[in-house]
Ligand binder design. Sequence first.
Ligand SMILES: C[S@@+](CC[C@H](N)C(=O)[O-])C[C@H]1O[C@@H](n2cnc3c(N)ncnc32)[C@H](O)[C@@H]1O
Length: 332
Amino acid sequence: MANKNLNAAKEAKKDEFYTQLEDINNELRHYREHFRGKTVLCNCDDPRVSNFFTYFAYNFEFLGLKRLITTCYKNQDMDLFSQNKSEQAIYLIYDGDKNGNNIPDPEEIGIHPLKGDGDFRSRECIELLKQADIVVTNPPFSLFREYVAQLMKYEKKFLIIGHQNAVCYKEIFPLIMSNKIWLGYGFKGGAGHFISKYEDTATAGDHREGMIRVSGVHWFTNLEIKKRHEDIILYKHYTPEEYPHYVNYDAIEVSKTADIPCDYDGAMGVPITFLDKYNPDQFEILGIGLELADMSIIRQRMGKLNGGPRLYIEKDGELVRLYERILIRKKQ
Ligand SMILES: C[S@@+](CC[C@H](N)C(=O)[O-])C[C@H]1O[C@@H](n2cnc3c(N)ncnc32)[C@H](O)[C@@H]1O
């Protein structure tokens, strides 16, 4: 249900949903050591509504930051979101507490106008990006590919929110495969509640007033975290009955990450949620089903294709099209 929200957001470029302070806190507590002496940029963040700004301004001394820069996009959706009626795009600079009260007072925050609309891709915003050591935000999902490409181009460290399906994007997957990006700790239950005026399609039990529930959201980062070096405990043993071989790629199907067999050394296909547990010292990533699947075999057997490239298994004489799979192999 909640994916409907996300798909709708992507289609209509409905990017106005705001991250809760609690979720920022929950993730950022694992990264504290990275921030000492660093300039942080939040470049999709209206300081009046962004909890990223609040988090870094109020934790400035605790984290030992050097500078906080926040840019505010002059939103085009003004009629829809009154709280974001910015007439002028601006950027803020905060260099920490000066009067000893440990609170970011208005007079301690420098507010500067931007010439353009505050688009993260604009020249003036790129100049601010160049000054930053670490970028932390929830960027517009509709521009996720471009957003990540820019971070990579300027070789920035980052911690950003995106949808887990983005791992399959042809621009993103190679970065994951080559260990240039990985998933952070993530949201409880794999779903986040974001402050928004969009209609929430979550079931009654999951609904929170003034919020939308988005399933499959995750944190993407290139900052080192402990989790990334923790092995998945493998306890299952391989049998050809439990782990069928794909019809159109030389690997076995493992439908749950927890079921990866401890005694199989060949290629295995796992759901994309595997990346949440991926430890590059334990496994290597060989590729993704949509690129590796040999669809000529399927076309030959079925006479036609039902959708894009995917891995298939055979069950009771029928070909079964699987969800997207990531191909992995145990490291020796
Ligand atoms: C998913 S919201 C998150 C807002 C905020 N970072 C937070 O987490 O609370 C993405 C924000 O990016 C802004 N935005 C959209 N296109 C942008 C662009 N090209 N450059 C900068 N910001 C943009 C939207 O106005 C929106 O407020």
